[in-house]
Design a protein around this ligand. Structure first.
Ligand code: ACO
Length: 334
């Protein structure tokens, strides 16, 4: 069974409630139909039941009647959700009227639903930009204890299975936080180690990447990576992590041996932590295109509940896979 099938199987065994706020969107509804049919998750749609019914008929979808359909305009908890929002955004001066208005936006409604305990996770972004999906999540679901930044990891399935664990590597942050400081970079490393265990099901060996290996260059950008490595070790002393390492020292055994002798990570890394978003985003796309690696993600990590953002070019299958991954995040380590 491949990793995605294992992830779907794990989701089926303990069904989580996943909300799909873009409930008017064709690929989202088609994915919801498949997810319900395959028992991968319990689906919550946010729209009025009449529209969902019309779309179900239009697209020939038979399973959507088994979804929970929540219409914010006629929902007995909307008032309670607004009160919760006002409470959570007290310091920002949010009024009840403003909260009720925000709840008309399904992306806000979905995140508050999770915060209130009525859903376990969310997948959106087939029809909305990354920032619009993430902002409500940052504001209402917020981050896990000890983590202040959300970041995005990719599962990279390499054609050359000599890399990582049988070709599987995890790259982060490739999607969210443009310019992390040393503490934030350490948090990204710790969060990525958790994702590696919970989703990829493998033991992480983290390389903190730089343009320098073990002092070969001196620059404040190198100092940041060295400091981040120390902070990450202090945050989780059980982590197998080393840095600063250049990419070749991290993944090629002979280079690792030469540039970082004695390192338990050099030449054997299965998790690559990039020093900033430019490096991470450019690298995953180059590896995907030039090395024909399959890239699954971004899997958002560090959030207090799993919320994942799709690419607007996503397929129905991408949505199904991301819902299964989100359900696994909600379940925690296997
Ligand atoms: N983690 C947790 N909270 C965050 C983060 C983060 N990484 N970034 C911002 N926040 C919080 C802020 O603290 C703030 O909270 P507050 O309202 O309680 O004070 C709130 O979110 C809004 O903060 P802003 O600084 O106004 O953030 P903004 O909404 O402008 O931007 C965003 C956030 C959209 C994620 C921005 O960092 C961004 O655009 N990142 C790049 C996303 C991107 O384009 N990725 C590449 C494409 S994805 C791909 O290729 C797979």
């Amino acid at each position: 069974m491949n990793l995605i099938d294992q992830i779907k199987q794990h989701a089926r065994q303990n069904r989580q409630r996943i909300v799909l706020p873009e409930s008017y969107e064709e690929r989202t509804l088609k994915a919801a139909d498949i997810i319900i049919e395959q028992g991968i998750a319990d689906i919550i749609l946010i729209d009025n039941p009449k529209s969902v019914g019309e779309n179900a008929r239009k697209y020939g979808l038979k399973n959507l009647e088994k979804a929970q359909i929540v219409d914010p305009a006629h929902y007995d908890k909307t008032e309670a959700y607004a009160n919760l929002m006002v409470d959570l955004r007290k310091s920002k001066g949010l009024t009840k009227d403003e909260a009720i208005k925000l709840l008309q936006n399904p992306l806000y409604f979905a995140t508050v639903m999770i915060k209130y305990g009525d859903a376990d996770g969310e997948v959106a972004g087939a029809d909305n930009a990354t920032g619009d999906v993430l902002r409500p999540a940052f504001q209402y679901v917020k981050t896990l204890p000890g983590i202040s930044v959300v970041s995005g990891a990719f599962l990279m399935f390499m054609k050359d299975t000599s890399f990582g664990d049988n070709g599987l590597m995890i790259f982060a942050d490739c999607a969210v936080h443009p310019d992390p400081n040393d503490k934030e970079l350490a948090e990204i490393a710790v969060a990525t180690a958790r994702t590696t265990r919970a989703i990829a099901g493998i033991e992480p060996r983290l390389a903190m990447l730089s343009f320098s290996t073990k002092g070969s260059a001196s620059h404040e950008m190198v100092d940041k990576v060295v400091s981040a490595t120390q902070i990450a070790k202090a945050m989780d002393p059980s982590l197998k992590i080393d840095g600063e390492l250049q990419a070749d020292a991290a993944i090629v055994a002979s280079v690792g041996l030469k540039k970082a002798p004695g390192s338990e990570i050099a030449g054997k890394a299965n998790v690559l932590i990039f020093p900033n978003l430019e490096c991470g985003n450019i690298s995953y796309k180059l590896v995907q295109r030039l090395a024909h690696a399959e890239a699954i993600g971004p899997i958002l990590q560090g959030m207090a509940a799993p919320i994942n953002d799709l690419s607007r070019g996503c397929s129905v299958d991408d949505i199904v896979d991301l819902v299964a991954i989100t359900a696994n995040q909600a379940l925690g380590p296997k």
